[in-house]
Design a protein around this ligand. Structure first.
Ligand code: ASP
Length: 465
């Protein structure tokens, strides 16, 4: 007999079915025992009446406790009017057990699974994440994340984008955050880095002629965690050729609207098209470049998207030089290209950068890129890079751009933040299956951990005491 999943039980009245799942709860009512059996799709009530069970199953039933994994054969019965549970999708039926087999026993979990009031602290929840993920709310978050990723992918497939993977073992690049370094065994003293984003690869894909690229990309930044930040996180990363700023913005706006409508139809988007404002306007009016424009902040279903544009390209560093505000690969707005090339009025140069903001969170950002090598090179010169350093760090991009580079631009969505906001969760750890703690540890795997001496020796690394 093939397995019947919980949500299909309602369609099988009077049929014999095989159920597999976890015991969510057990209630003893004299001789009768009720088991709520849980699987990924929901919960179904099983009634165990002694004289319906074979002798072995009767024995087995005595030891069954919450979180045991069982196989149950039984007959689906319609419940009487008074027994119907309107709060459960399977509340019109129950399964009368005939045979019970224990597939796996379970110790008492360190926190209750069938309890949405989280008494457990986060350390314990992350140490036993596989149990924490059994909570209904966590399961829903993981399912929602999947649905959002799927709707996103479907949108961009429909728009003829190619999904292309780029390497995780890459090279250290200055993208504003600290790199995670990966020592090279073959070249002691040299390091790979985990990518802070696929920025350079996706631009090189444009040189390669991919034209429309996207991927759900993992990004790595060795920064302190916060509620909306993790050392590794996911971007929906996208790049396209022969486009202007507004086309990228419009496409992404359509994508976000379609995704929300598909996966969270209960949400209301406050304003379409998304309002646009300049960085200057945002700072003057709201004192932040990621304003929360919700008219009613009590409404959990209200989504206020907006675009912020016209950011300054550069800002002063502590030692009086210049650094980029968002992305060094961006093109200045056309009217500022001359100033950039002449290294004049640097503080007033505006970039083609656009950020998309949702309810006060930056959920994406991108720009049109400098596809002419001399513009890109001048940008690095403004930031104080010498010829040698430019060649060492960006020689490959400048070289590539000499071989016929289409004008291009793109964006990346902070996918975790988007999911967090659509799930109505207060931090991104709630929507990542296996996140790090706020202080960058993994209590479940106990990472980071020490490694064997031989491993270090192989890499030519010595640990200072
Ligand atoms: N690579 C950029 C980032 O990670 C996004 C982009 O400009 O496409 O913020």
């Amino acid at each position: 007999m093939t397995r019947t999943i919980s949500k299909d039980v309602v369609t099988k009245i009077n049929e014999t079915v095989r159920l597999n799942g976890w015991v969510n709860s057990r209630r003893n009512m004299g001789k009768i025992v009720f088991l709520d059996m849980r699987d990924r799709w929901g919960i179904v009530q099983v009634v165990c009446v002694p004289n319906e069970l074979d002798d072995v199953s009767k024995e087995v039933l005595n030891e069954v406790r919450p979180e045991f994994v069982l196989e149950i054969e039984g007959v689906v019965q319609a419940r009487g009017e008074k027994q119907i549970n309107p709060n459960s999708p399977t509340g019109t039926v129950e399964v009368l057990a005939k045979k019970i087999v224990v597939l796996s026993k379970a110790e008492t979990p360190p926190f209750e699974i069938d309890n949405e009031e989280r008494q457990a602290n986060e350390e314990l929840r992350l140490k036993y994440r596989y149990l924490d993920l059994r909570h209904e709310r966590m399961k829903q978050n993981i399912v929602l994340r999947h649905e959002i990723a799927r709707a996103t992918r479907e949108f961009f497939y429909k728009e003829d984008f190619l999904e292309i993977e780029t390497p995780y073992i890459s090279k250290s690049t200055p993208e504003g955050a600290r790199d995670f370094l990966v020592p090279s065994r073959h070249y002691p003293g040299k390091f790979f880095a985990l990518p802070q984003s696929p920025q350079q690869y996706k631009q090189l894909l444009m040189v390669a002629g991919a034209e429309k690229y996207f991927q759900m990309a993992r990004c790595f930044r060795d920064e302190d965690s916060r509620g909306d930040r993790q050392p590794e996180f996911t971007q929906m990363d996208l790049e396209m050729s022969f486009v202007e700023r507004d086309e990228v913005m419009e496409l992404n706006e359509r994508a976000l609207i379609e995704v929300v409508k598909k996966v969270a139809p209960e949400k209301k988007i406050q304003e379409i098209p998304f309002p646009r404002m300049s960085y200057k306007e945002a700072m003057e009016k709201y004192g932040t470049d990621r304003p929360d424009l919700r008219k009613d902040k009590e409404d959990p279903n209200l989504l206020a998207f907006c675009w912020v544009v016209d950011f300054p390209f550069f800002e002063k560093t502590e030692d009086g030089g210049w650094t980029f505000t968002h992305n060094p690969f961006s093109l200045p707005k056309p009217e500022y290209i001359e100033d950039l090339m002449n290294k004049k009025n640097i503080e007033s140069i505006l970039t083609t950068q656009y950020d998309v903001v949702l309810n006060g969170y930056e959920i994406g950002g991108g720009s049109i890129r400098a596809h002419r090598p001399e513009i890109l090179k001048t940008t690095f010169e403004i930031m104080g890079y010498g010829e040698k350093e430019i060649q060492a760090q960006f020689g490959h991009v400048l070289e590539a751009f000499k071989f016929g580079t289409p004008p291009h631009g793109g964006i990346a969505w902070g996918f975790d933040r988007l999911v967090m906001l659509l799930a109505g969760e207060p931090n991104i750890r709630e929507i990542i299956a296996f996140p790090k703690t706020a202080d960058n540890r993994d209590p479940m795997m106990d990472g980071p951990s020490e490694v064997k001496r031989e491993q270090l020796e192989e890499l030519g690394i010595e640990i200072k005491n």
